[in-house]
Design a protein around this ligand. Structure first.
Ligand SMILES: *Cc1c(COP(=O)(O)O)cnc(C)c1O
Length: 417
C-alpha cells in the first residue's frame, strides 16, 4: 500500500499538550517594559482568553471544539504516503513516509491553527484580526479561516514578498482580506517577519475590535498543529510500523515541526530532527536567551534560540523559514537534547526538491524541501549501514506558488547561501 487514509470519524478530538510533559519546566515570557513574568491580563489586548489559557495550560489533552472540527474536516484527516518510488531511486532499505499537509485549502499545515484561532476570537466577540505574513502562507491561511467565521482580516505582508509574489496576495484577496506591504512606515525597506509583527501588533493595540494572530512560535500554535502527529501515529500503525526511528520537519518558527514531532516525544526511541536554512540558522547557530518576537520590541520577551530580534535574514526563497527566533518549547527541547537540529544551504535543498518531484511527482514548497533533504540524507545513511530504518517527515506544503524560485534554480540564478 502507498497511501494510508483515515476515515473522517478518526479525526483526533483533542490536541496533545507537550507542556506538562517537559523534562525541564519552561521559563515564563517577560513583559517588554517591566521585565516581569507576563500574566493573562498583559496578553488580553492581543489574544482571546481561551488561547491565553492554552498558552500556559498544564492539561495533557485539550478538547478541539466541534465548530473547529467541522472546518478541519474540509481536508482532514490528511493522507500518510509511503514514498516508495523515492526509496527505489535512492536504493535505500529505509521506509520513507510523509504526512501530506499540502492538501489544505491554503496548501500548507498553517490552517490547522488559523481555524481554531479565528474560532476562539469570534467566540469572544472580536470582529477583526490583524497579522503578519512572510511569503504569504500564514496570511492566506488566516484569510481562509476568518472567511469561515465572517471576521475581517488585515494582513501586513513583508514588502519583498508583497512586490515579488503576487499570487498569495490574490488568494488572500479572494478570501476577503485586506493586505498591505510592511514596514508601513518605510517603503524603501524590503521588510522582515519581525518588522511585520510590529506593524500587526501596533494595529491591534490601537483598536478595540481587533486581536492579533501569530502563525507559529507560540505554545498554542504548536498545540493546534499536534493533530498532524496524532493522525500520523495512527496511520503508521495501519501501515504496520511500530514507531518511526526518526521524525523530520522543516523549522521556521517551529510549529510544523512541533505538530508532527511532539506526539512522539515520550517515546525515547524516536529521534526528532528540526531542519532549518543555513542562511537563518536559529537552532544550530543561535544563542539561547530572552529575546523579543519582533523588531520593534513590542512583544513579550521569550526564552528561545535567537539570532537577535533585529536580524535581517537574506531573502532566500524559503520565506516561511526566515524568522530570527524559534518556538520556546522547541528551543527548550533542543537545549535538553531531545530535539536535534540540522541546517542546509539552499542549493542542497532545491536538489532534494527536484529529486523528490521526479520520483514522487509532487512539487514541494521550498520550506518543505528542507525536511525532504533531511529525510533523503537519513535514507542514504541507512543505505550505508543496511538498516531498515523508518523515516517520517512532514510534507508541510506544496510549491505551486513557488515556481519562480524553481525557475531560478533551473536557470542557475539561485544563490547557494
Ligand atoms: C510556514 C511554513 C513552514 C514553517 O513552519 P513553522 O511552523 O514556522 O516552522 C514550513 N513549511 C511551509 C510550507 C510553510 O508554509
Amino acid at each position: 500500500m502507498t497511501r494510508f487514509n483515515l476515515p473522517e470519524s478518526s479525526l483526533p478530538t483533542a490536541w496533545f499538550n507537550v507542556l506538562p510533559r517537559m523534562a525541564t519546566p519552561m521559563d515564563p515570557p517577560l513583559h517588554p517594559g517591566t521585565q516581569q513574568p507576563v500574566g493573562p491580563d498583559d496578553l488580553a489586548p492581543l489574544f482571546p482568553m481561551a488561547l491565553i489559557e492554552q498558552e500556559m495550560s498544564p492539561t495533557p489533552w485539550i478538547d478541539i471544539p466541534g465548530e473547529v472540527l467541522d472546518i478541519l474536516k474540509l481536508w482532514r484527516p490528511t493522507p500518510l504516503v509511503r514514498a516508495e518510488r523515492l526509496e527505489k531511486e535512492l536504493g535505500t532499505p529505509a521506509r520513507i513516509y510523509f504526512k501530506d499537509e499540502s492538501v489544505s485549502p491554503a496548501g500548507s499545515h498553517k490552517p490547522n491553527s488559523a481555524v481554531p484561532q479565528a474560532f476562539y476570537n469570534k467566540q469572544e466577540g472580536i470582529t477583526r484580526l490583524a497579522t503578519e505574513t512572510g511569503a504569504g502562507q500564514w496570511g492566506s491561511s488566516l484569510s481562509f479561516a476568518t472567511a469561515q467565521f465572517g471576521l475581517e482580516c488585515k494582513v501586513y505582508m513583508v514588502r519583498a514578498s508583497y512586490e515579488q509574489k503576487p499570487y498569495r496576495k490574490v488568494m488572500m484577496g479572494l478570501w476577503g482580506a485586506d493586505v498591505v506591504p510592511s514596514p508601513v512606515d518605510d517603503p524603501s525597506s524590503p521588510g522582515s517577519l519581525g518588522a511585520a509583527i510590529s506593524d500587526a501588533v501596533r494595529d491591534t493595540v490601537s483598536r478595540e475590535d481587533t486581536h492579533y494572530a501569530l502563525g507559529s512560535v507560540l505554545n498554542h500554535v504548536c498545540l493546534h498543529q499536534t493533530i498532524i502527529g496524532l493522525e500520523a501515529k495512527e496511520q503508521l500503525a495501519a501501515a504496520g510500523e511500530v514507531r518511526p526511528d526518526v521524525v523530520l520537519a522543516s523549522c521556521g518558527g517551529g510549529s510544523n515541526f512541533a505538530g508532527i514531532a511532539f506526539p512522539f516525544m515520550e517515546d525515547a526511541a524516536v529521534r526528532l530532527v528540526a531542519v532549518e536554512p543555513a542562511s537563518c540558522p536559529t537552532l544550530t547557530e543561535g544563542e539561547f536567551r530572552y529575546d523579543f518576537g519582533d523588531v520593534a520590541g513590542m512583544t513579550p520577551l521569550m526564552p528561545m534560540f535567537t539570532l537577535g530580534h533585529d536580524f535581517m535574514p537574506p531573502s532566500i526563497h524559503a520565506g516561511g523559514l526566515r524568522y530570527h527566533g524559534d518556538s520556546p518549547i522547541v528551543s527548550q527541547l533542543h537545549r535538553d537534547g531531545r530535539v536535534e537540529a540540522l541546517a542546509y544551504p539552499q542549493g542542497k535543498v532545491f536538489e532534494a526538491a527536484m529529486q523528490f518531484a521526479k520520483a514522487e511527482g509532487k512539487i514541494p514548497a521550498p520550506e518543505t524541501a528542507h525536511a525532504i533533504r533531511g529525510a533523503i540524507d537519513e535514507a542514504l545513511a541507512a543505505k550505508e549501514t543496511g538498516e531498515e530504518k523508518v523515516i517520517l517527515f512532514n510534507y508541510s506544503g506544496h510549491g505551486h506558488l513557488d515556481l519562480a524560485a524553481y525557475d531560478d534554480y533551473l536557470n542557475g540564478r539561485l544563490i547557494d547561501a
